[in-house]
Design a protein around this ligand. Structure first.
Ligand code: F1P
Length: 346
């Protein structure tokens, strides 16, 4: 995965010359809206892209479950760009969603891993993630590769539209080159995360909370746990907790909070206080060197500091490791989880 990320960054290079993007860049610059269609983990990567593209390129983005989009009567115009994201490139709902959008005149950009797959062939243009085959059914490195490509895409569009300054662009490119070593560092958390997994392997429920760029990461953490360990888990934007999920919190509820140092840090601290007041068991993913949240949490997982908008690439790793260890300790087959298929083609 690290090699694949390095490959993506080299491809981006100083000119951010992404494969498949050049011929369509004017369409992206003029797009009135970008609609992202995907399923599962790919949908979560799409949610990160909504934050990225709106932040850096100021184009309105909608992120749609392909399985809903294809069956309703969505408003689509020729000035819309639809980005279809799929690891396998064979997901039937995503293919049907993009075909619907294409029939209404939208331009289709694909982000797939599998070269020559059905979705890749049905698009007007695209970028392959080249993350290599996913060995297991549940997507992991595909998420990282998709978010990397989407980050480059958001940067390209922002640069062309003049919404992203050269200084900020240069800072982001420099930090993107640091991401592989930061992911590598996060992977070294393996042993300590296994200990956390030992403590929680038999609980029936988990709650995952995050804000901003870490909100889709909370969703993805919960999905990974459900998929491979069969523990019920919910991901929520931390600020939504008071609108319902707070009722679930008691001394038996582990709450994973992605609480890295960013613009919503202070608000996340108060969310943690709310969980603590109800005796919830806090597992906090924090930025290295943080002292405030570690004093409040039962378990702390420290990840390296990075730019707020690149954090999902790093913060998702401990959550994937947590799901992996819990699943293994419960005797689950992490590569072939029950009831799941690698390519959902029906
Ligand atoms: C979508 C997806 C995966 C999930 C599982 C079932 O696949 O929901 O995210 O992990 O493999 O399919 P894709 O369209 O990204 O191939």
């Amino acid at each position: 995965i690290l090699d694949s990320m390095r490959g993506r960054l080299e491809l981006g290079g100083s000119h951010l010359n992404m494969a498949g993007f050049r011929a369509y860049e004017q369409k992206f610059v003029n797009a009135q809206r970008i609609i992202i269609v995907a399923c599962g983990t790919s949908w979560h990567a799409g949610l990160v892209a909504e934050y990225l593209i709106e932040d850096l390129a100021r184009v309105p983005v909608e992120v749609e479950y392909a399985s809903e989009f294809r069956y309703r009567n969505p408003v689509i115009s020729e000035r819309d760009i639809v980005i279809a994201i799929s690891q396998s490139g064979e997901t039937a709902d995503t293919l049907a969603a993009l075909e619907l959008a294409k029939s209404k005149g939208a331009t289709i950009f694909g982000i797939c891993n599998v070269v020559g797959s059905s979705i890749a062939r049905a698009t007007d243009a695209g970028a392959y993630t080249h993350a290599g085959p996913e060995i297991g059914v549940a997507s992991t490195k595909a998420f990282t590769a998709q978010v990397t490509v989407l980050t480059l895409l958001a940067m390209c569009i922002g640069q062309r539209r003049g919404t992203l300054s050269d200084t900020k662009l240069r800072e982001l490119v420099a930090e993107l080159h640091n991401i592989p070593s930061k992911v590598e560092k996060a992977l070294k958390l393996d042993a300590e995360i296994r200990e956390i997994a030992e403590t929680f392997k038999d609980v029936p429920n988990f709650l995952y909370l995050g804000r901003g760029y870490n909100f889709p990461v909370a969703l993805e953490g919960a999905l990974k746990l459900k998929e491979i360990s069969y523990i019920h888990a919910e991901g929520y934007p931390a600020a939504e907790m008071k609108h319902g999920p707070i009722a679930l919190i008691d001394e038996n509820m582990p709450v994973v909070v992605i609480a890295t140092k960013d613009s919503s840090y202070e608000k996340v601290v108060s969310n943690i206080q709310e969980v603590k007041a109800r005796k919830g068991r806090i597992i906090a993913v924090v930025t290295e060197g943080d002292t405030t949240i570690p004093a409040m949490a039962e378990y702390v997982i420290e990840v390296p500091h990075t730019s707020e908008i690149l954090m999902p690439l790093v913060s998702v790793v401990p959550l994937q490791l947590l799901s992996y260890h819990i699943a293994v300790l419960r005797g689950c087959n992490v590569d072939q989880p029950r009831n799941l298929a690698k390519s959902v083609t029906v």
